[in-house]
Ligand binder design. Structure first.
Ligand code: SF4
Ligand code: SF4
Length: 381
């Protein structure tokens, strides 16, 4: 295994032609990115039944499956755990996923997002036995689950199922590494202990790590003006021995080029760089109002269709940037989409949140922050 082989193409945040419509995948640009990625010797694509409202799988079919020999690439797909209503649903979803992808096997098959309620759903519907059967019959070459929860649940799941699974796909990055609400470090150690590989998702925490304030950006620039902030995040993950894959969402060509540069010239993180990232993680943590990774699962679940991550993004930005423009953006979002204040506190979104955010409570804070006049962090209007 080389470091280069750890660079996986995450297909949850593909380029789109319409920012407001996640199903509008920009196929032309995605094809170009796939061609460059494959040409440089990389070959792993990660998707799910849910990404881009089902259009991520369809885009991979067009860009990869229909244009390259099947053995030249690998695809990971995920069963939508939250939508399981019976044991038969496992097979129903898998058949649909294979059809959307235009393939007859998965290189990796995951149960998507094991958390407390969905672990119960997966067990009630025999999903672990089902994926084992998929591996035994050659429909899946490797199996496992994706996971954003804390170490105590992971320990419980691994004690029961580490003997049948190959991989845990973990949320892991230098911001979450020692965060007590995520426990990436503890989760990583548990995977090592149980002998299962780690595939990393959210190495940039949905962009939170790179879209930071000017002060932190300046510290990175001073530390090494030739390296991007994203490159450190990739190297932090890929330098860990038991990490076998690092998935990176790329919605523009520049992201791909930057990542190619990182992996083509890969260097294991030095002690000095590790210490620097530890310091930056503390600063970043203090600068974030809501720990949202913009995964978007809550938006699909919300019966009021509130664009939750968009409100949280504005809140985070207004905390970091000394500019009242974010109050205007908030007003515009309220006018054009469902206002944040229309949250009914129904709680439907809570199980879907990968970061365990108390969404209704935070939405209330967003409204207070913007509606109590201009941002307290901003200058005079
Ligand atoms: S609690 Fe609010 S944000 Fe969450 S699903 Fe209900 S209405 Fe939507
Ligand atoms: S609030 Fe939670 S579920 Fe919604 S986008 Fe943010 S991290 Fe994802």
């Amino acid at each position: 295994m080389t470091y280069k082989s750890k660079f996986g193409f995450g297909c949850m945040r593909l380029p789109t032609t319409d920012d407001k419509d996640p199903t509008s995948v920009n196929q032309e640009l995605f094809n170009e990115m796939v061609d460059l990625y494959m040409e440089k010797g990389y070959n792993y694509f990660d998707t799910s039944y849910a990404y881009h409202g089902g259009m991520s799988e369809a885009a991979i079919k067009k860009a990869v499956v229909d244009r390259y020999p099947r053995e030249s690439f690998e695809i990971c797909d995920k069963i939508p755990t939250w939508a399981l209503t019976s044991e038969e649903d496992n097979e129903k979803f898998v058949n649909e996923m294979l059809e959307r992808l235009g393939t007859d096997y998965f290189d990796v098959l995951f149960i998507h997002n094991i958390n407390v309620p969905w672990f119960k759903l997966a067990e009630d519907n025999n999903s672990f036995e089902f994926i084992k059967q998929m591996k035994d019959t050659g429909i899946a070459r490797k199996i496992g689950f994706s996971f954003h929860e804390k170490a105590s649940l992971l320990e419980k799941v691994l004690e029961k199922y580490s003997n049948i699974i190959d991989i845990v796909q973990l949320q892991l990055n230098y911001l979450d590494w020692e965060d007590p609400s995520i426990e990436s470090h503890k989760c990583y150690d548990l995977c090592v202990k149980h002998g299962v590989d780690v595939y990393v998702m959210e190495p940039l925490k949905g962009g939170l790590i790179v879209n930071t304030n000017d002060e932190i950006k300046e510290e990175f620039r001073k530390f090494n003006p030739d390296k991007s902030i994203a490159s450190y995040a990739m190297r932090f993950c890929a330098s860990l021995d038991n990490v076998k894959m690092v998935l990176t969402g790329m919605n523009k060509m520049e992201d791909l080029l930057d990542n190619l540069d990182t992996y083509e010239n890969f260097e294991v993180l030095s002690d000095e760089e590790s210490e620097f990232l530890e310091r930056m993680a503390k600063k970043l943590f203090e600068s974030v109002a809501v720990n949202c990774s913009e995964c978007g699962y809550c938006t699909d679940a919300c019966p009021e269709m509130i664009p939750i991550p968009e409100y949280f993004r504005l809140y985070n930005r207004s905390k970091n940037v000394n500019d009242n423009i974010y109050r205007l953006y908030f007003d515009k979002l309220n006018d054009e989409e469902v206002p944040a204040s229309e949250c009914t506190y129904c709680g439907t979104c809570l199980d879907f949140c990968t970061q365990k955010i108390d969404i209704p409570e935070e939405l209330e804070k967003v409204c207070e922050h913007f509606e109590n006049g201009f941002s307290p962090y901003a200058g005079s209007p």
